[in-house]
Ligand binder design. Sequence first.
Ligand code: PBG
Length: 326
Amino acid sequence: MFPIYRARRIRQDGIREILEDSLVEVKKLMLPIFVMPGSDKVEEISSMPGVYRYTTDKVLTFVEDAVKSGIKSIIFFGISDVKDPIGSWASNSEGEVQKAIRLVKKEFPELLVAADTCLCEYTDHGHCGIVRDGEILNDETLEVLNDVAISYVESGADIIAPSGMMDGMVSSIRDALDSKEFYNTIIMSYSVKYSSCFYGPFRDAAQSAPKFGNRKTHQMSPFFGYNEAIKESLIDVEECADILMVKPGLSYLDVLKTVKNSVLLPVAVYNVSGEYSMVKAAGINGWIDEMNTVSEIFYAFERAGADIIISYHSLDYAKWLAENNK
Ligand code: PBG
């Protein structure tokens, strides 16, 4: 075990206390979990060593471990083998995500459960919306997303996290939820989402790579300046989002800080799959000390203004902190 770098002080009663300029607390972390069809299976994602896909019957054991390690919130991603042009399986109450939410909320009502709300895992073409003549139909897609959001909340989700970057997505989902009297459901919007190379391993994990074209029409160019980021954030504020998000994290710390300074809402950062896999690969090879690197990265997110950190490293980090705190 590598030493952990942090300042401590001894309180008068002899208890060691971590100084303020120290590590990010586990309660700030959100853990992504992939659920897949079938039963009795846990598969490692080859491009993300240490991250697994679970069938719904296997999710609970994993979540239990996470809860015991201090994890307070999770976000579900569904993987589907039922795919059609409009992603209709996404809103089915017997879907993998819906089942997983019900199981987990029953067992751990205190755990905050978010659901990534997008169609790309459910469409046969792999795009985040309904496509006609090579173009994504924004408003038709919103209708479908509303149904998906409602079905997740009916299953018990606390947070809806729309990630497709359709125009008007937040207000449309807000209205749909309110019409069902789900006034307290939180919407965490993927407000500032770049069309990034860092999602490569995720698309492998979720089998959601587009079959043709790309996501550049609705995701933001990494080569835009701040204006676009602030504009997208303010639109989501206007549409009544509860939490904004910047994604990816590491190459966009400056954007995170700028967004945080431009709004009053909490801001989440998504430490995405490619960022995870780089650190993990270097760690496995012994080129870097994985957990100290993760703690440095998390601290950078916090310093840049993140209120919530969504990361595949969350559980390892929580365990590592607990071990080092003994
Ligand atoms: C879309 C979605 C993606 C990610 C989260 N939600 C993929 C994409 O936009 O292509 C990426 C997350 C990651 O890379 O860890 N449903």
